[in-house]
Design a protein around this ligand. Structure first.
Ligand SMILES: *Cc1c(COP(=O)(O)O)cnc(C)c1O
Length: 353
């Protein structure tokens, strides 16, 4: 196998969805956020696995992503567009039965004028100052909008991954103030909000990262494994250097493995001299700079040279890499590149084998 292999465990994604679903009351619907190609893992395969697990409502960022989800699932499941009804999207929203979450008075006007009677939801801003109608705008249009039977009224929490942050309670109170008594299903919680407890659940929750095995859902099953093939081994003498900018100098004779993946595959240069990759359970330090397509690894301590080394797997998850790179698991996942051989593991596939 010449290219690195990214294995995506669809059963683990389904199990994580069920686990998050169990955290809310049975009458609360659990949707699934699959924007950015299901956080980089492949929307087509992921949404089919989630639909099989019972998910009936999906959220994406933009209409084009919604088209992919609709084509993968066929008619039936609801496909919601978080960026709302953008100019030029009317036909796609109509033809593929997408449900825009309208974010502004402008979008509300566009939607009601161009697609009267077509399903929609409304996004309210309860303090994040990113998307949605603010309290004053909502007050001005609420009566008119509610007459048109929105499917959902939602808002988004800015600090839900910090349970003790005062912003959570403040946004919850603002959401109540803006929506109590409207008689429309409501949604406030993403993964972090689900973990904040029942007060935050309303009629629908919208987990994303928790499905894919990332914090703050620490009980999540691991979803991805990434295995990098060893393409060359060399002995390096004491004092010799490895890689660009002489990023590593061998203090004594060393055995260096070169593996096939690099920053063009989403493995950031911040991993240079900073992480381990694994031979089974044995850590092997990355030495020198991460190149575009190659990473060099000290394997002097291994008894046998492995065919590949794991950068993601049971020994190291996306959040471990994120911590070292100074980012979040979301970014580690969504920047994984397009050169990997992708393997989807699932009971279905194994059952057919
Ligand atoms: C991305 C997103 C989600 C999912 O958030 P996670 O933290 O990944 O669970 C839910 N709602 C909105 C509006 C989002 O933008």
């Amino acid at each position: 196998m010449a290219t690195a292999t990214l294995t995506i465990d669809l059963d683990a994604i389904a199990a994580n969805w069920r686990a998050l679903d169990r955290l809310s009351h049975p009458t609360t619907q659990t949707a699934a956020v699959v924007k950015a190609d299901a956080y980089g893992l492949g929307a087509r395969r992921v949404v089919r696995a989630l639909a099989e697990a019972g998910a009936r409502r999906f959220f994406v960022a933009v209409a084009e992503e919604g088209a992919v989800v609709r084509q993968a699932l066929g008619p039936g499941p609801q496909v919601n567009i978080l960026s709302g009804h953008m100019p030029g999207d009317t036909e796609m929203i109509h033809d593929l039965d997408l449900t825009p979450m309208l974010n502004s008075v402008e979008q509300i006007t566009r939607h009601l004028e161009s697609l009267p009677g077509h399903p929609f939801g409304v996004q309210l801003d309860t303090g994040m100052n990113r998307l949605g109608l603010e309290a004053g705008e909502w007050e001005a249009v609420a009566a008119l909008v509610l007459e048109q039977n929105p499917e959902l009224v939602m808002s988004h929490l800015a600090c839900a991954d910090e349970p003790d942050h005062a912003m959570n309670a403040a946004q919850l109170a603002e959401f109540h103030a803006m929506t109590d008594g409207i008689g429309v299903p409501r949604s406030l919680a993403a993964t972090g909000g689900i973990l904040l407890g029942a007060d935050y659940h309303f009629e629908l929750t919208r987990p994303g990262i928790g499905l894919y095995g990332g914090r703050p859902f620490v009980q999540a099953q691991r979803v991805v494994a990434l295995s990098l093939p060893v393409i060359q081994i060399r002995e390096v003498a004491a004092g010799e250097i490895v890689g660009y900018a002489c990023g590593y100098t061998a203090p004594e004779p060393r055995l260096i493995a070169t593996v096939a993946a690099g920053y063009a595959d989403g493995l950031t240069r911040r991993y240079s001299n900073a992480i381990n990759v694994f031979d089974g359970q044995t850590p092997c330090p990355v030495v020198g700079r991460v190149s575009m397509d190659l990473i060099t690894v000290d394997v002097s301590h291994l008894r046998e040279i492995p065919r590949s080394l794991d950068i993601l797997g049971p020994m190291q998850g996306v959040d471990d890499l994120a911590d070292i790179a100074g980012t979040i698991g979301y970014e580690v996942l969504t920047t994984l590149g397009h050169r990997y051989t992708r393997r989807y593991a699932s009971t279905l596939v194994r059952g057919q084998a």
